[in-house]
Design a protein around this ligand. Structure first.
Ligand SMILES: *[C@@H]1O[C@H](CO)[C@@H](O)[C@H](O)[C@H]1NC(C)=O
Ligand SMILES: *[C@@H]1O[C@H](CO)[C@@H](O)[C@H](O)[C@H]1NC(C)=O
Ligand SMILES: *[C@@H]1O[C@H](CO)[C@@H](O)[C@H](O)[C@H]1NC(C)=O
Ligand SMILES: *[C@@H]1O[C@H](CO)[C@@H](O)[C@H](O)[C@H]1NC(C)=O
Length: 374
């Protein structure tokens, strides 16, 4: 091996092991993430669960655990490490906007991620014993959230199409194939398993309890994690099964990301200093935005997982490009994802073309909604 080759190899290895922003062409970053680990939701419980409310106190149902808080905070630190130079150390209100769904756990996860991302710079340190500064998080009240919230309560076209697919021969055949397993879960849990959404609920509860290091009942060993995860992930898959669902689901937010990226390239993004958008949500927010980019391979995302969409200006090409990263686990390096039929740095125009069928042009109209969803 000659020196030049060695040097090249060294550079490649060095570059790919650098988690920070060695790319000076970075212009805008959008991050969709799932909240940290949490306690189960009351609506997801099963009658024979040995763990009752007192097991989850003082936080109660559907709230972040301490471990979950650390995860969300760590996600912020991961972003700090990667975007340290890009963002600068000093927080300004223009530089970042954080939006959450209307849940305690997602609002808290957003606050925690911001705490990991923007510890106070020297001049912003305001208290000796607190390495933290307040940074606001926006949210729409649940009944008015037509962006991050699942569209299955407000977008009639989506609701009809999803219902059609859930009742389709394919889905019914799938349920029939797994009849034995469903009956087994139902027998032991005491909760009927007639629909995929029932398996989704039980997956959520068992995963929450397992992550709390609670001992799961003996019977779950036969069906959890493998079978129940597979069944729950099937529900996620069906929610994004075709172009229409992808468009009305994650395409909604992808359209907003594309709008922001285009505005950034044109110098019209307001405020001009904006460099990052954080979207704090749920597993569906991670899944749906992946699906809208044809990057969703059926799975159930981890707590605090994140999809990152970066806009770069590549001097070598004199053009803008989009790069996608998936933080599957906050304690592991992010994975780079490449859009089908594109490259790692996907030219912005091509990115727009490739996702065109999954981006609504007029959401209210395409949802056939009598309420204005804009
Ligand atoms: C479920 O319970 C019913 C009634 O006790 C029983 O007949 C059936 O074999 C059980 N099925 C499974 C898969 O455990
Ligand atoms: C569960 O156990 C693992 C391994 O011992 C530990 O790393 C983790 O922090 C524990 N989680 C909680 C919520 O206690
Ligand atoms: C979740 O995190 C674990 C632990 O790092 C990892 O092995 C797994 O692949 C992740 N799962 C998904 C679906 O990303
Ligand atoms: C979207 O469609 C609705 C209903 O037809 C119409 O009222 C509205 O003006 C359209 N919005 C845009 C931005 O074109």
């Amino acid at each position: 091996m000659n020196c030049a080759v060695k040097f090249l190899l060294f550079c490649t290895v060095f570059a790919s092991s650098q988690p920070t922003d060695n790319n000076e062409g970075l212009r805008l970053v959008s991050v969709f993430f799932r909240h940290g680990a949490r306690t189960p939701e009351a609506s997801d419980l099963y009658p024979n669960d040995p763990y009752k409310l007192d097991a989850f106190l003082p936080m109660g149902w559907g709230q972040l655990t301490n471990h979950g808080k650390r995860m969300a905070f760590t996600l912020g630190q991961v972003l700090r490490q990667r975007y340290d130079k890009f963002l600068d150390k000093t927080y300004t209100p223009e530089i970042i906007k954080a939006t959450s769904t209307d849940y305690d756990r997602t609002k808290m996860s957003a606050l925690l991620a911001l705490a990991g991302l923007f510890p106070p710079s020297k001049t912003q340190k305001w208290h000796d014993q607190l390495d933290w500064q307040p940074i606001p998080v926006d949210f729409d009240k649940s009944a008015m959230d037509f962006t991050l919230k699942r569209p299955n309560t407000y977008c009639p076209t989506y609701m009809k199409e999803l219902e059609r697919l859930l009742q389709s021969d394919d889905t019914l055949a799938f349920l029939k194939t797994h009849k034995e397993t469903l009956q087994f879960i139902s027998n032991h849990s005491g909760r009927p398993m007639n629909k995929l959404s029932d398996t989704f609920a039980i997956y959520q509860t068992l995963t929450a309890e397992k992550t709390l290091n609670f001992t799961l009942p003996e019977w779950t060993k036969d069906v959890y994690p493998e079978k129940i995860t597979m069944l729950a992930a099937k529900q996620c898959e069906i929610e994004n099964q075709n172009d229409l669902l992808k468009k009305l689901n994650g395409g909604r937010m992808l359209g907003k990301v594309i709008g922001n990226m285009v505005a950034k390239t044109e110098g019209s993004l307001q405020p001009h200093e904006r460099k990052m958008f954080l979207y704090s949500g749920h597993e569906n927010n991670v899944i749906n935005v992946l699906a809208a980019m044809n990057l969703f391979q059926t799975h159930f995302p981890n707590y605090s997982s994140a999809v990152i969409i970066e806009l770069h200006y590549l001097r070598s090409r004199q053009d803008y490009a989009v790069k996608i990263l998936y933080v599957k686990d906050v304690y592991q390096p992010p994975v780079e994802l490449t859009l089908p039929n594109c490259e790692e740095y996907c030219p912005l125009n091509k990115f727009i073309q490739l996702t065109e069928n999954h981006v609504p042009k007029n959401y209210t109209l395409e949802c056939d909604s009598i309420v204005n969803l804009d």
